[in-house]
Ligand binder design. Structure first.
Ligand code: PHE
Ligand code: ZN
Length: 883
């Protein structure tokens, strides 16, 4: 596994492929342990290549080669060489197309890395992005080699009654020995990372969609038989996505068939293979009693995401893997907007920013910080990051903010038209937006090459005589690995002004017409904006809608925040004010804890909550966000040195105090919205469940017999998973004496539903109870726990190390050591998932010296694993680089 010296790949070394593939005919004789692959490639020298070399180098890993022929002439062993990663064929024709025929075998059952062809329970399926196709057969496994595929699948009729691949089914038939075959053809040229096949005993639900030009598309979702009653929501989401992409981007689906298959073993969320998406079951299956409201929303979002890839990713793909954000950033942006349109725009934006700040900002401030278009990597699988996806989406969003919605649509139309069928770069995308809008993005392009989260420092000055308010903004960005100095970025800042009475003030800036909201563009290191005609000092509402992925440093008193919370017309900044206020109060309490003072809750927070509770709200999900305290890891992100114990203690104190002082209001709200509305998923019902469960969380903090009764009652009688989960989560995190009983009864109730059992693991992994480390350790021995299932690993190991800050970072290092051992055990089973688990340790510089040294020790232990995978090695070793 471990290359003595794992090779680094650089963007600057990109060259066009030396050979091209015009088309490929694949055939598979499927078998769990020995699948036979025959591949017939029609190839030619790339006219754009300058190379004089007549050797053809094909990628291939872990393949058993049976034969190679060129233009029907079998080659003998002197005419080709095999290495661990390649097959080199000598002297192929340079001036005409030629046919390479390859026969090889693979073992899907032994493939626990879940890349290439593998077994998920009894079904065979593939995962090829990024470089998995080379584990199926020899090929030019790079995204700028695009060709048409014809695939024939042969398998046992009982084991593999369903045989699927990309495109349209063109023929099928029977064979001897109880076997059958199906042939598929995908007329659209695609890179091999979009190839897929699935074979197994699958059931499907079917529906259809009529496109805007009147074509009928047949839609199919395939699952295991026991899950057939959990597909309706996914189907509805697919139809919503198809309609939305027509309405918003004018994009229509191209094939006659769209298939989705749900598999229980999957490294990621889902995969956009052309015409045949393969999904983690987590993002398909939902029934009111098994899935929460948030599961329902994620399913819709991921179905949308993969569907939108058909244009942003498949029709137009990436030239090389450094351009990953071209498809991912853009597609995440598209799915965010889709979800916002389906649900609540305000809530969606806030949820996305919370995630960005807690996780992407941490990544960008740590040893693995990289630009959204990285310039080097060891293992590309390690670059499916929050930065490439989420910050990438923010960069696309800024482009839209700068050119406006209409301009953005003009740009995307031009992009889809110009590059259809090609493999292109991020720069091509930006240039198209520039051209369509006659705008200069020269400086804006730095967002693609510079890493790190910029900081904006704000100073304000009101001039009574001149009636002006000046805002000076200074931008900076801390050094990141290999980027010591940064250049100023082009930053769009949406801004509003509020008058002292809470009304919206007119904005008069330079020669702009007076307006209520303005977009200012920061380009220099420091710029001052002078707002005129202000009779009194205004309150500034800056970076509305979170118009750029930056950190803002601006003095704001608690009173000012309370004012914004009451009056800001921007829903994002209103929430921001609430969140900042509670954060500041919690930080103040942490200081008090350090100084051994008695704790007392600032009455301003209670007053603000009271005010909010007295108002009437349409969007109860939004109200729930206003009434929620920042999460522990969110608070940690803002600390110089993270003190997990103080954060926990101060935050719990605030929760308890709020519960005590507002218990009547919380109880009243709880009772008002505690209705039986299972099975309904409109925004109104979701909002009612959400606010009710927020109130329940506060009430149980009282640790009263009465509140325990309420929560147990909800747990026992809940008919939907949102309510049952919310109750059990609160119970698991409390000192409720019936906790173990509830956990056990939940397990018994749901032991046959894998996704629900994942939740059961996660709840315990995230508990702040004193015994949670031991519980987690014991759970690794539970019969339902297995390292070969990524969802299970994430639900226990991932949740504990990434979401249980208090116990994972126990001062004695037991959490770190536990994680190191799990990663070492997982390293050979599934390197991709193992490598993702390392992220619990990468942020060591943010902790005190004792923890730092324990975390580094754990990382060193990991690095010294014999046979360490490239994946784990890259993350662990880069994490340890000092600086
Ligand atoms: N391309 C997939 C997506 O974002 C993610 C993925 C990457 C899935 C690699 C599997 C492997 O939609
Ligand atoms: Zn994607």
């Amino acid at each position: 596994m471990r290359d003595a010296n794992p090779q680094t790949i650089y963007l600057k070394d990109y060259t066009v492929p030396e050979y091209l593939i015009e088309n490929v005919e694949l055939s598979f004789i499927l078998d769990e342990e020995k699948t036979r692959v025959v591949s017939k490639l029609t190839m030619l020298k790339n006219p754009l290549s300058h190379s004089q070399d007549s050797t053809l180098i094909l990628h291939g890993e872990g393949l058993e080669l049976i034969r190679v022929a060129i233009d029907e002439q079998p080659l003998n062993e002197t005419q080709y060489q095999q290495s661990n990663e390649c097959l080199n064929i000598d002297s192929v024709p340079q001036d005409k197309t030629f046919i390479v025929e390859i026969g090889n075998t693979i073992n899907p059952k032994a493939n626990t890395a879940l890349e290439g062809l593998y077994l998920s329970s009894t079904m065979l399926c593939t995962q090829c992005e990024a470089e998995g196709f080379r584990k199926i057969t020899y090929f030019l496994d790079r995204p700028d080699v695009m060709c048409s595929f014809k695939t024939t699948l042969i398998g046992d009729k009982d084991k593999y009654p369903v045989l699927l691949s990309n495109g349209n089914k063109i023929a099928e038939g029977e064979l001897q020995n109880n076997r059958h075959w199906v042939a598929w053809e995908d007329p659209f040229k695609k890179p091999c990372y979009l190839f897929a096949l699935v074979a197994g005993q699958l059931e499907c639900i079917e529906d259809s969609f009529t496109t805007m030009s009147g074509r009928d598309i047949s839609l199919q979702i395939f699952v295991e038989q026991s899950d057939i009653d959990k597909c309706d929501h996914a189907m509805q989401s697919l139809k919503n996505s198809m309609r939305w992409d027509e309405q918003t981007y004018g994009r229509e689906y191209d094939l006659d068939l769209y298939m989705i298959v749900a598999v229980g073993h999957f490294n990621m969320g889902a995969m956009e293979n052309k015409g045949l998406n393969v999904f983690n079951t987590k993002f398909v299956l939902a029934r009111p009693d098994t899935a929460t409201d948030s599961d329902y929303e994620h399913i819709e979002g991921v179905i949308g995401h993969e569907y939108f890839h058909n244009w942003s990713g498949n029709r137009i793909t990436c030239r090389d893997w450094f351009q990953l954000s071209l498809k991912e950033g853009f597609t995440v942006f598209r799915d965010q907007e889709f979800t916002a349109d389906q649900t609540s725009k305000a809530v969606k934006r806030i949820e996305d920013v919370k995630m960005l700040r807690t996780r992407q900002f941490a990544e960008d401030a740590g040893p693995l910080s990289h630009p959204i278009r990285p310039d080097s990597y060891i293992e590309i699988n390690n670059f499916y990051t929050l930065t490439v996806y989420e910050k990438g989406a923010e960069v696309v969003r800024m482009i839209q903010t700068l050119v406006g919605k209409t301009g953005f649509r003009k740009g995307s139309d031009l992009y889809f038209q110009r590059y259809d069928g090609q493999a292109v770069t991020c720069d091509d995308f930006v240039s198209t937006m520039e051209e369509a809008n006659d705008i200069d993005f020269e400086q804006f392009r730095r967002w693609y090459s510079q890493a790190g989260t910029p900081v904006l420092e704000i100073e304000q000055e009101y001039n009574q005589q001149l009636k002006t308010h000046s805002i000076t903004i200074r931008q900076s960005c801390a050094p990141t690995p290999r980027q010591p100095a940064k250049q100023p970025l082009h930053i769009p800042i949406q801004l509003g002004l509020l008058a002292a009475d809470g009304s919206v003030a007119d904005i008069c800036l330079d020669d702009h017409a007076p307006c209520k909201e303005i977009l200012i563009e920061l380009k220099e290191q420091q710029q001052t904006f002078v707002f005129e005609k202000l009779e009194e000092r205004p309150v500034v509402s800056l970076l509305r809608g979170f118009s750029a992925p930056v950190n803002v440093k601006m003095q704001q008193s608690l009173e000012e925040l309370a004012f914004l919370l009451s009056h800001d017309t921007d829903t994002f900044n209103r929430w921001e004010a609430a969140h900042k206020m509670s954060s500041q109060i919690i930080f103040g309490l942490m200081d008090d804890i350090k100084q051994g003072k008695d704790l007392e809750l600032n009455p301003l927070l209670v007053q603000s909550y009271q005010t909010i509770l007295q108002q009437s709200w349409d969007d109860l999900s939004y109200l729930s966000l206003l009434l929620s305290l920042p999460a522990e890891n969110y608070l940690a992100g803002q600390m110089e040195v993270i003190d997990v114990d103080a954060i926990h203690k101060a935050r719990v104190f605030v929760e308890q105090s709020l519960a005590e002082q507002l218990q009547n209001q919380f109880l009243e709200l709880y009772q008002r919205y505690h209705k039986e509305e299972s099975g309904q998923f409109d925004a109104g019902t979701i909002g009612r469940r959400r606010i009710k469960n927020i109130c329940l969380g506060y009430l149980v903090k009282l640790e009263s017999t009465e509140s325990y009764q309420i929560v147990e009652e909800q747990f026992k009688t809940a008919k939907n998973m949102t309510d049952q989960m919310a109750a059990l989560a609160v119970i698991t995190d409390s000192a409720n004496p019936n906790k173990l009983m509830c956990l056990d009864s939940f397990y018994q109730q749901w032991k046959d539903e894998a996704l629900v059992i994942d939740k059961w693991f996660t709840l315990q992994a995230c508990s702040s109870s004193d015994d949670s480390f031991n519980t987690v350790q014991d759970l690794t021995q539970h019969p339902a726990f297995e390292l070969t299932n990524p969802n299970r690993v994430r639900s226990l190991i991932g949740a504990f190390s990434q979401a249980n800050q208090l116990h994972f970072h126990a001062a004695n290092g037991q959490g770190y050591n536990f994680l190191a051992n799990q990663i070492i055990a997982l390293n050979l089973i599934n390197p991709q998932v193992a490598s993702r688990m390392v992220s619990g340790l990468t942020q060591w510089k943010r902790f005190d010296e004792n923890r730092q040294s324990l975390m580094k020790k754990a990382l060193e232990k990991i690095i010294n694993t014999p046979d360490i995978s490239k994946d784990v090695y890259e993350i662990a070793s880069k994490s340890l680089v000092p600086g």
